[in-house]
Design a protein around this ligand. Structure first.
Ligand SMILES: *Cc1c(COP(=O)(O)O)cnc(C)c1O
Length: 410
């Protein structure tokens, strides 16, 4: 049975047919869902001049980036390679924000040459940038507002001990450097991390930027980063985006009035736009009963989806092939020689070897964090768009695994 929670098709294309046509494991993305998430955000912030900069690192397939462009979003890139992906997808350089973290100055220069906005994330970088470009290249400054967002220290990046951004407590030094090199600062930025639940957390960060903003006369935008929470478990609360939009927009407009100019509000959502659109389809290789536990061993693992092992992330799982089978409790595990539990203690309809299991919320930080550990091939990616399932990345082959190896004579 197809339910909203456990779909058996996307836009009329059955998941079973996708697994059959493209094989498993395979990442499947619902393009319509991506576009509708962009629309929801645009609607929630319709009171302000909003620019959405999609956080490419969440899911960096060029076809997905093209879809983002179609939907009216721009790009947030965290590496020069992501900048290049954005350009390849057809974005103008002016639509791309580059937020590096401790990269070489050569990479910064390359990004400037490509014409994208640079988000300066340290005082030494501000100085180097100032020496090289002075006021000729406008830039943005990443502020660390010292706020703990969410409960997970691994994904919270705006707290005091975080490596990201420049401490708000160093504002006077920032201003000295701006003055010394006549830097043209067009934006202030923060990104507190991936677990923002309500408007209050969001506004706490935004207010830090609003207050600092009065020291920067050339601002064009305020960038409040990403981190909107989406539901992973059925009982999870997700960010009430309409409420956040309403409250943050009101605060932003009040700030702009005081600042004396209408600025743009930039947001950099990753998870919010692509988490729920993605499913990872895997096949059960073995059902192994021990005296206490039943394992469902699948043809995937932490090499394809590392979030459960890296972040203790919860991903919903259901059995596509046996929807009316009796419920039993399973540990869903991968085929990697390492503990790679995808889901533990889950009630699933009876799992049999050969069944297809669906892993949910796999769009964000799924494929983009996949590796070749155990010399395994990375999966294919399929985008369903306008009722058609299309391959957007081929499954790797053994040749891909060895293509950069230089095999020497010994
Ligand atoms: C990762 C990241 C984001 C997106 O975070 P989500 O939790 O996926 O919304 C936005 N901005 C920057 C700078 C990031 O590093």
């Amino acid at each position: 049975m197809s339910t909203a929670q456990n779909p058996i098709q996307i836009q009329g294309v059955s998941l079973e047919s996708i697994a059959e046509e493209f094989g498993t494991p395979v990442y499947v993305y619902d393009g319509k869902k991506i576009v509708s998430q962009v629309k929801i955000l645009q609607e929630a912030f319709s009171e302000v001049p909003l620019k959405i900069k999609y956080a490419t690192k969440a899911l960096s397939n060029v076809s997905v980036l093209k879809l983002m462009k179609k939907a009216g979003a721009g790009v947030d890139a965290v590496s020069i390679e992501e900048v290049q992906l954005g350009l390849l997808a057809g974005f103008e350089a002016s639509e791309i924000m580059y937020t590096p973290s401790g990269v070489s100055f050569e990479e910064i220069q390359d990004a400037v040459n490509l014409g994208v906005m640079i988000n300066l994330d340290s005082i030494p970088l501000m100085r180097q940038f100032g020496k090289e470009y002075g006021s000729s290249v406008p830039a943005c400054i990443r502020i660390n507002p010292h706020i703990m967002a969410g409960g997970n220290i691994k994904i919270s990046v705006g707290h005091k001990a975080s490596k990201f951004g420049i401490s708000i407590e160093q504002l006077s030094e920032i201003l000295e450097v701006v003055k010394e090199y006549d830097l043209k600062i067009e934006g202030l930025h923060l990104h507190t991390g991936s677990d923002i639940l309500d408007a209050e957390v969001f506004l706490k960060g935004a207010n830090v930027l609003f207050e600092a903003a009065f020291n920067f006369p050339d601002l064009r935008f305020i960038d409040c980063g990403g981190g909107f929470k989406v539901a992973y478990k059925p009982e999870d609360i997700s960010t009430d985006i309409m409420e956040v939009g309403k409250k943050v927009s009101a605060a932003f407009q009040a700030f702009c009035k005081e600042y004396g100019r209408q600025l743009e509000l930039w947001l950099e959502p990753g998870k919010f736009l692509v988490s729920e659109c993605g499913l990872l389809l895997v096949k059960v290789n073995v059902v192994k009963k021990t005296p206490t536990i039943t394992f469902a061993g699948v043809d995937s693992g932490l090499n394809h989806l590392i979030r459960p092992m890296l972040y203790d992330a919860y991903h919903g799982v259901y059995n596509l092939s046996n929807p009316s089978g009796p419920l039993e409790t399973y540990h869903v595990v991968g085929y990697i020689c390492e503990t790679d539990t995808i889901a533990s203690n889950r009630e699933l309809n009876e799992v049999r070897a050969g069944d297809i299991l669906v892993i949910k919320n796999a769009g964000a930080y799924g494929f983009s964090m996949a590796s070749n550990y155990n010399s395994r091939l990375r999966p294919a990616e399929v985008l369903v768009w306008e009722g058609k399932a299309q391959l957007i990345r081929k499954r790797e082959t053994f040749e891909d695994i060895i293509s950069n190896q230089v095999i020497i004579d010994l």
